[in-house]
Ligand binder design. Structure first.
Ligand SMILES: NC(=O)c1ccc[n+]([C@@H]2O[C@H](COP(=O)([O-])OP(=O)(O)OC[C@H]3O[C@@H](n4cnc5c(N)ncnc54)[C@H](OP(=O)(O)O)[C@@H]3O)[C@@H](O)[C@H]2O)c1
Length: 284
């Protein structure tokens, strides 16, 4: 019996595996990766490695065992049919008789097109009969703090989110919630709406950047169409630019404010303040 984490060489997956290794014996942790070499650090910490690809169902044959607790981290290949990819993992987990399959989803309040794959995956999972936990992750601080170069260059945070607020949290916070569910009891067939303790606006984010850099940084709200053009101009494929601009339109409507407190409750501590993530990013 093992705790199995897919997407383990991704940003969130790495954090989950490392936090798991602090809580349970290393031989009970399996990291599912596409490239063994990129997981050498996790193997060095004692995690077992399994190689599999959501696009190749046969790679999941025999990967799970009865009683395993699994974290399915949603994929990032928007052009390859993520629902089908996730279904491959759900079906393999069902065949094996896993004890729990937790899935990194999106908040129920988020109606943007980005959430479509998550809603469809949830439907497959809930209908599969596999004991599930829906980790409806809100937005990451890092979506913004890892994109600071153009903001600092132009002295402007450009978004199409109007006055909307976001209750983001750090990836490490969402990882802590996942670890709590994977190692705790009583999470079967539950849905968690996860977000940071404090919601902020982009004007407040710009003010925090100004405070920490000593430079004037302003928020420049633009239309959804203009923002789509800016993202495409920066090299994003047009469909992805539209999806991301759609998230901003959702933020403007308040769809990424999550005020359940589920995240800090599961993590057992307050969530990381945005200012802390900004400070960490500025330090490099
Ligand atoms: N809540 C948010 O703000 C937010 C923001 C961005 C994304 N997300 C979602 O949350 C997920 C985790 O976030 P993250 O920051 O860890 O993203 P990430 O660093 O892009 O990690 C995505 C992971 O999915 C794995 N993956 C993708 N396609 C796969 C396939 N065909 N077979 C097996 N594994 C596959 C990747 O494997 P490799 O390591 O081999 O590439 C990677 O480990 C993302 O994939 C996305 O669905 C959420």
């Amino acid at each position: 019996m093992s705790i199995v984490v897919t997407g383990a060489t991704g940003h969130l997956g790495r954090l989950v595996v490392r936090q798991l290794l602090e809580k349970v014996p290393a031989d009970q942790v399996t990291a599912v990766v596409r490239d063994r070499d990129r997981a050498a650090d996790l193997a060095a910490l004692g995690a077992r490695l399994a190689v599999a690809d959501y696009n190749a169902p046969e790679t999941f044959d025999g990967l799970f065992a009865a009683g395993d607790r699994v974290l399915l981290i949603s994929g990032n290949e928007f052009d390859k049919g993520r629902v089908q990819q996730h279904t491959v993992v759900i079906e393999a987990a069902g065949k094996a008789g896993v004890a729990l399959l937790a899935y990194t989803s999106a908040p129920e309040s988020l109606k943007a097109a980005l959430a479509d794959d998550h809603r469809a995956t949830e439907e497959v999972l809930v209908g599969s009969g596999v004991p599930y936990a829906l980790l409806r992750n809100g937005w990451y601080h890092e979506n913004y703090t890892e994109q600071l170069a153009p903001v600092l260059e132009h002295g402007a945070v450009v978004q199409a989110a109007g006055e909307g607020r976001v209750s983001s949290a750090s990836r490490a916070d969402y990882a802590a919630a996942a670890v709590a569910v994977l190692t705790g009891e009583g999470h079967e067939n539950k849905a968690y709406e996860l977000g940071g303790d404090e919601a902020w606006s982009f004007a407040e984010y710009a003010a925090e950047l100004s405070r920490q850099t000593g430079k004037e940084i302003v928020y420049k709200p633009v239309s959804t169409e203009a923002y789509t053009g800016i993202l495409a101009g920066a090299g994003l494929p047009a469909p992805l630019a539209e999806i991301l601009a759609g998230v901003d339109a959702s933020i403007a409507k308040g769809e990424l404010v999550v005020s359940t407190g589920d995240l800090s409750r599961l993590a057992g501590r307050p969530t990381t303040p945005l200012a802390e993530a900004v400070a960490a990013a500025l330090k490099g």
